[in-house]
Design a protein around this ligand. Sequence first.
Ligand code: URA
Length: 234
Amino acid sequence: MRLDKFVCKSTELTRKEAIQCIHSGELSVNGEVTMNEAVQVHENNTVLLHGARLKARDFRYILMHKPAGTVCSNIDEVYPSLFNYLEIDKVSELHIAGRLDADTTGLVLITDDGRWSFHITLPSSDCRKVYRVQLSQAIPAERSSDLVTQFKQGLQLQGELGLTRPSKLDIITPKEVLLTITEGKFHQVKRMFAAVGNRVVGLHREQIGEVCLDLDVGQWRYLSKNEVESFNNN
Ligand code: URA
């Protein structure tokens, strides 16, 4: 990681303050003073600030129950940012692994570990996302089995060339289904139902990988070590 980021992660300094320290020669890497904030450093490098060794803080992995009417963004937009619910330091360093629309509720994973979130959102990692979907049109009983097959075989989304990856549709009632997908295209679930002539009127993410939502709306918690590591096995 870049030296300025490493300094931020291991001290209470902001990015601007870290760069100031680096530019004024207060940092050394492996015994040499460096004034280049972009130099790459790793855990096993010896980085000293005023002679004291810095150790990067552990990454943070957070699970949150996103309320409706919030945006998955670090800043407030038309709706308030989801991050307003997090009363922790350095919120600006965090990002969301798999955004939800403003009107969608449910499970959101938040982290400052870019490699971990990249793995979760990469389609080839086959990470399952389970959505509970409310539909405007009832699915006629005689169409159920064809629809399940269509979702399994892949759907042609408007504006896309290929088909969606195989997905699993479980019909709970004519107007409520569970949909399991392994991709995260823009508005994917809403576009999948539009492709079969229906419309999503309620969308809630219940699960990502092995991690299930177990919190009330607006609550958050850190993931356990097992939960964090479960994504490496996907
Ligand atoms: N698919 C959507 O259409 N919206 C979401 O928020 C998540 C998945």
